[in-house]
Structure formats: structure tokens, C-alpha cells
Design a binder for this molecule. Structure first.
Ligand SMILES: [Zn+2]
Length: 583
């Protein structure tokens, strides 16, 4: 397996791979960009071309191309392997292909969703009632196919557990079926989560079914109109948007996405040629959904109902878009209309014309605020203050001044006051977040980290350094673990693939550590190594002296003190070059 991983790494350059998703700029030996894994205004995401690794100094994610793909695309290692091997043009052997299908809980869940998708689609083909409903709603067969729409009721298995029986016949384990969320395991037995519903599958960006939305068909029933699969290992409601797998290319081409409220709105939009439409999943829009959308375009057109629920949903969505630095426009449809009904009534041409009436957030808030103009202005300032993009902030302030007739300077003063307030709140949160791991604090195990840094910066020295070190003297468990691996003679390329996530983070952090003066370290590497080893040994001695003193063991204490004295004398010279950081 390792040789495939190495082959792939040799063919795919990490800079090329990451540059497909993140705008990278050269910064010394590294490339810098805005981290795709957390929101930030100034880049702390670094990629190093010579070591082929990345590290974010904000959220501490780091690793090689595999770690990047697994994090970015939310893939398992085997999925990343098959994805990257395809990209590299390397054929995977059958052995690893099978592994990909059979191994792992996650793969089984994907297989179950796929099986359910086929099952629902086949049910639809034989249900006159469901088909006639879809026809009434104006959906053509091409659209039904494109969105893989299905139906739950199955004549062969009469009862409430048609899908469950089908999945069992297909040989899926109960624990996997349970985890899929498609079947309820209650006190009174098992029954399908979705029954007598039109099924709208939800796909991830790779086009794999990960969940379903179901619309009730018989209106008489006392059940909710729409329900969605519960969250699972492969499905997070707050991160997926309906239709994005189909709309993503069109969003990039058209330069914006259309966000509508419901599944049928998305489907209608696509059928009428508005192929950049997506929807949140039955809930309000979330930051996670916007982050994904932003990968394809940072411009958004919100299309909501003009009723009061639509207006408050729009307000909340504007807040989220600004916080993500996304540019947003709003299209309010006439009361009682949604994109689906509007398109069917008035057609594509009129919808396009109507889209020309889209308004800015400032216009929208002033329009819906009625007589309380000042409240609307204050609210808009609060929203602007969260925006990470200074140009967008500037432009919105100017527009707000124009439309509200309030002096621009006054607005800017007010904005600064709000930002000061928010800033101190954010700092407190930030502090809380940073208090997690000692290992990322360079002061505690300074010498141990220095040794590891040297080993990572000068790979040809790694083995000799590791051989000098008895891993047992290393106090930090993560650093000790890494040294044990280096000691086994692993090459630097292989090292990352055998390390766990915490070890990978530390390795990438130290490898892209911009505060080390590599020239100085290289010129003095022997001395520094010796110095670090001595310092570590001294620290250990001091601890032993302390416990010998506490235990009252005079004999041991004397011999330890003697040992310390001779060690200190020897190391005095060596520790002189202790300041390793650049000025
Ligand atoms: Zn980050």
C-alpha cells in the first residue's frame, strides 16, 4: 500500500492540488493563503512545496495531500486514495479496490444510501399515484431522472418496513442499517423512517447519495409535509445544500448561486434553466452551507417568500452572508408565491425579468423596516461589522449613507464603536479556543521541539539525531512517538503516512515554522543538538534531585548533585548559542 501512496505523492504537487481550492501567494519558502478549514481575514494557512505539506497556524490542521483531501472533501483514507490515484493517473490494484468497498463503517453507509436510492427510484416507476403527482407539479421525466426522485411505498413488501426488508435481503448488517437513519428501531419493532413519501435524495459533492428528504403524498395524513434523514456519520444537515452537486459547475460559470427555500423550488428552477439554484435542507441557512457554496462563488441571490416568515429568514441569511464575506442580493417574490409556483404561472422569461428587481441588503432592510429607519440602520451596521472584507464593508457603508441620508462619517464612527465591542468579545472566545493543547505551546518542551525541528528540517540528519536520543528521555508523548518512528528508519516521505493526526499536526507545524533561522541552525547543528540533549538531561536530573530530596535519600541526592555539576560545566559552552530564533 505504501508504494501506491508514494507514487501518488510523486505525481501530484501539493501546491497544484491546494491551488485548485485556495488562492495561494508565495511567501518566502512557503505559499500562503486563507485557510479553507476555518474563517479568517489574514492568511495563516501555509503550504511548503519542498516538504509537500500544509499547516494552518490558526486551526492547527496540517499534513500531506492525503490529509488535505480527507479534510477538504470529507473523505476516508480509502476514498482519498481512490480519488488521488485517479487524479495521478495511477490504477489501483483490485485488492485495494475491494478494501475500499468492504472496509469501514462509512463505506457501508454510502452503500446503503445508494441501495435505498435505487429502491425508491424503482418504486416510483410502478406507482401511478406518485407519477401523476409529479406530472401535475409540471416535472418532466428528464428532471425526475436528473434529481433521481423516488417513492417509498412498495407493493411487494406490504407494511411499514419495505426498505428494511430490502436492505436485509441485500445483506447489509443491522448496525449499519441502524446508523443510516433510514430505519427506526423502536420498542414495537422496526419500521422505515420514510413511508408513503416522494423521495428527494441529497448528494455530496462527489455525487454520492448521503441522505433523503421526503414529501408526504397523501394529504389526508396527520404527518409533517417534509421530513429529512437524521444526521449520520456521512450526513450533516448544516453542511449540505440540496442540489449543489448538480448546480456547482453552473454556479462557477454564472458567477453566483440562487438560494431558494424548498426542494421543488430548486427542481423547478433547474427545469426552467436556472441551473445555479440550491436550497438549505428544510432548516434555515447555516454558515457551513455558505462555506461550501463559497467554494464555487462568493455571490448569492436569495429568493424568498415575501411573507413575514420569508422576511425573517432573509434577515438571518443576510447576517450569515456578511459574516462569510459573501456578496448578497435579495429577490422577494409576490406574497404567496415561491419560485416553483411563479415559474409555472409566469414562465422563464418573466422570472428572469423579475430577477432584475433584486435589491441590496441595505435596500431590503430599509424597505421592510417601515417607519423605524434608525433601527434598520443600526441593525445593518451590526451586520457590516462582522464582514471580513474591508472593501465590502466600505461599499455597504457608502450605500447605507446614501439611502438613509445619514452622514457617512457618523455611520463610520458608529461602526467603529460596534467593532471595538465585538473585537473584545472575539478575543475572549479566541483565548478559550487556544487553551487546548500544550504541545502547540513552544515554551514547554522547547528543547524537545528543537530536536524534532532539526530532524525535520535536515532529513539527512534525522537518523543520526534520532539515534543519539533515547526516546524514553523525551517527556512529551507526541514528540516521543514521532522520534520512535524516525528511529525505525522511516523516510520523511513515509513518516506522515504512519503518524496519527496529532503527530501530523506537530510535524507540519514544526516543518513550516517560520521563526527558526535555518541558516544559523544548519551552521551549528551539532552544538545545538548536543545543547538540547544536555538541557533535557539536566531537567530530568533536577526532577530526580527534587524527589530524592523529598524522600530524604542523602546518598542518591549527593551523587545526583555531582552528576548535575559535571553536566552543567560541560554544557555551559554549548548552551551559549541558545537563541535560535530570527530577529
Ligand atoms: Zn485553519
Amino acid at each position: 500500500m505504501n508504494s501506491i501512496v508514494e507514487d501518488i505523492k510523486a505525481r501530484i504537487d501539493i501546491i497544484d492540488l491546494i491551488a485548485e481550492h485556495v488562492e495561494l501567494k508565495r511567501a518566502g519558502q512557503n505559499y500562503k493563503g486563507l485557510c479553507p478549514f476555518h474563517s479568517e481575514k489574514t492568511p495563516s494557512f501555509m503550504v511548503n512545496p519542498s516538504k509537500q505539506i500544509f499547516h494552518c497556524f490558526g486551526c492547527h490542521k496540517g499534513g500531506d495531500i492525503f490529509a488535505f483531501v480527507m479534510n477538504y472533501e470529507n473523505m476516508t483514507f480509502h476514498e482519498a486514495l481512490s480519488y488521488l490515484s485517479q487524479k495521478a493517473g495511477i490504477k489501483l490494484e483490485n485488492k485495494s479496490r475491494n478494501l475500499e468497498v468492504k472496509s469501514g463503517f462509512k463505506e457501508n453507509l454510502f452503500a446503503i444510501q445508494k441501495e435505498a436510492l435505487i429502491f425508491f427510484q424503482n418504486n416510483l416507476k410502478i406507482s401511478k399515484q406518485a407519477i401523476s403527482y409529479l406530472n401535475e407539479r409540471g416535472l418532466n421525466s428528464e428532471t425526475i431522472e436528473k434529481f433521481s426522485i423516488g417513492y417509498t411505498k412498495n407493493a411487494k413488501y406490504d407494511g411499514n418496513d419495505a426498505l428494511f426488508n430490502h436492505l436485509r435481503v441485500k445483506g447489509f448488517a443491522t448496525e449499519h442499517i441502524k446508523a443510516s437513519g433510514l430505519v427506526n428501531f423502536g420498542e414495537h419493532g422496526t419500521y422505515d423512517f420514510f413511508r408513503d413519501r416522494l423521495m428527494f435524495p441529497i448528494f455530496d459533492l462527489q455525487g454520492r447519495a448521503i441522505a433523503f428528504g421526503g414529501r408526504i403524498l397523501s394529504s389526508s395524513k396527520n404527518a409533517p409535509k417534509y421530513i429529512n434523514s437524521p444526521d449520520s456519520i456521512i450526513f450533516k444537515k448544516g453542511e449540505s445544500s440540496y442540489g449543489l452537486n448538480i448546480a456547482k459547475n453552473s454556479i462557477t460559470q454564472k458567477g453566483y448561486s440562487i438560494i431558494v427555500e424548498g426542494y421543488l423550488d430548486v427542481i423547478s428552477c433547474h427545469q426552467y434553466g436556472f441551473t445555479n439554484a440550491v436550497a438549505p435542507l428544510g432548516t434555515a441557512l447555516t454558515p457551513g452551507q455558505l462555506k461550501r457554496l463559497k467554494r464555487f462563488s462568493s455571490k448569492v441571490l436569495l429568493v424568498f417568500d415575501g411573507d413575514s416568515a420569508g422576511i425573517s429568514a432573509t434577515k438571518r441569511s443576510i447576517e450569515l452572508c456578511y459574516a462569510e464575506g459573501m456578496i448578497v442580493k435579495i429577490l422577494l417574490l409576490p406574497k404567496g408565491e415561491d419560485p416553483d409556483t411563479f415559474l409555472r404561472k409566469h414562465g422563464e422569461e418573466n422570472f428572469r425579468k423579475y430577477m432584475g428587481r433584486a435589491i441590496s441588503p441595505v435596500e431590503f432592510l430599509l424597505k421592510v423596516s417601515g417607519r423605524s429607519k434608525l433601527d434598520a440602520v443600526r441593525y445593518m451596521l451590526q451586520i457590516i461589522a462582522t464582514c471580513p472584507d474591508s472593501l465590502q464593508r466600505d461599499e455597504t457603508i457608502r450605500e447605507l449613507s446614501d439611502r438613509s441620508k445619514i452622514n457617512e462619517l457618523t455611520l463610520r464612527e458608529e461602526l467603529n464603536a460596534i467593532k471595538k465591542n465585538q473585537g473584545s468579545r472575539a478575543k475572549i472566545q479566541e483565548r478559550g479556543r487556544n487553551q487546548k493543547s500544550d504541545i502547540l505551546n513552544p515554551c514547554i518542551y522547547r528543547e524537545e521541539q528543537m530536536l524534532l525541528t532539526i530532524a525535520l528540517s535536515f532529513p539527512d540528519r534525522a537518523a543520526p539525531i534520532a539515534n543519539k536520543i533515547d526516546p524514553m528521555i523525551i517527556e512529551d508523548p507526541v514528540i516521543r512517538g514521532i522520534f520512535e518512528k524516525i528511529k525505525k528508519g522511516l523516510s520523511m516521505e513515509k513518516l506522515l503516512s504512519v503518524c496519527d493526526e496529532e503527530e501530523q499536526r506537530l510535524i507540519t507545524m514544526l516543518s513550516i515554522n517560520t521563526e527558526i533561522d535555518e541558516e544559523y541552525v544548519e551552521a551549528n547543528v551539532e552544538e545545538i543538538t548536543e545543547g538540547c540533549l544536555k538541557a533535557i538531561a539536566l531537567r530530568k536530573l533536577e526532577r530526580q534531585i527534587k524527589s530524592a530530596g523529598e524522600a530524604g535519600d542523602v546518598k542518591l541526592l549527593n551523587s545526583l548533585l555531582f552528576e548535575k555539576k559535571s553536566l552543567s560545566q560541560k554544557s555551559k559552552l554549548l548552551l551559549k548559542g541558545g537563541n535560535l530564533a530570527k530577529n
